[in-house]
Design a protein around this ligand. Structure first.
Ligand code: MN
Length: 228
């Protein structure tokens, strides 16, 4: 194949226990999937159908690389999340079969320009500038489900400069992982390489240059990086 311009590189994540990497296709994110976070954002955490937004695949920052503070915002928030890495695609996936589509799990941050997102909400505009900016998806290596299984409970936390900012448990997800995959696959045909950021617990707050963020999901992995 000849291209008229150089094709962009495929964004990838490291995989635990191998030199081979996980190629990223799309990044889906779930909104308001922990009740306490829905409340802190001023919403009633009823079990309404989940909603989704996307980030570009090349928003991935991995291998411990720095997170560059993005332009045109004075209020960039951290959102610590469990990330699902899809290994087998499909549409209209039943809940009972959903986990068969998972290659593994990672931990990531849905970094958010909260001021731009808030303005978009107020004006009824899309969230892309608030959510889908460059480097908005720091992510750890992927732990294969063949090694760690499919976590449905376990601590999820984020520390900023050593102080705990977010702390919850995967069991507090409003829509659990199989339900999220099943629902998402009615809206989009999932493909190998898709990532699903599954939502953040309460405690989202602003970061500033120089901050060191360290997050963990028990049984899955750790992420650590610096805001520059
Ligand atoms: Mn989020």
């Amino acid at each position: 194949m000849e291209y008229v311009i150089t094709p962009p590189p495929v964004p990838t994540l490291p995989v635990e226990g191998t030199e081979a990497r996980f190629p990223v296709h799309r990044i889906y994110c779930v909104g308001r999937n922990y009740a306490e976070h829905a409340r802190e954002m001023g919403h009633d955490p009823t079990r309404e159908p989940p909603f989704f937004f996307l980030k570009p695949a090349d928003a991935i920052v991995t291998d411990g690389a720095d997170f560059p503070y993005p332009p045109l915002s004075k209020d960039v928030h951290h959102e610590m999340e469990l990330v699902v890495a899809i290994g087998k695609g499909g549409a209209n996936i039943p809940v009972e079969k959903a986990l068969e589509h998972v290659y593994g799990y990672a931990v990531g941050l849905d970094m958010t320009r909260r001021d731009l997102q808030g303005e978009a909400k107020k004006l009824g505009r899309p969230w892309d500038t608030g959510k889908g900016f460059d480097a908005s998806a720091p992510c750890s290596s992927v732990a294969p489900a063949s090694k760690i299984g499919h976590p449905s409970k376990g601590a999820i936390w984020l520390k900023v400069n050593g102080e705990t900012r977010q702390s919850s448990d995967l069991s507090q997800l409003i829509w659990n992982i199989p339900e999220t995959i099943a629902y998402l696959s009615t809206l989009f045909t999932l493909a190998p390489g898709d990532l699903i950021f599954s939502g953040t617990p309460a405690g989202v707050a602003a970061v500033k240059k120089g901050d060191v963020l360290e997050g963990r999901v028990e049984g899955v992995g750790t992420i650590k990086f610096k805001v520059v």
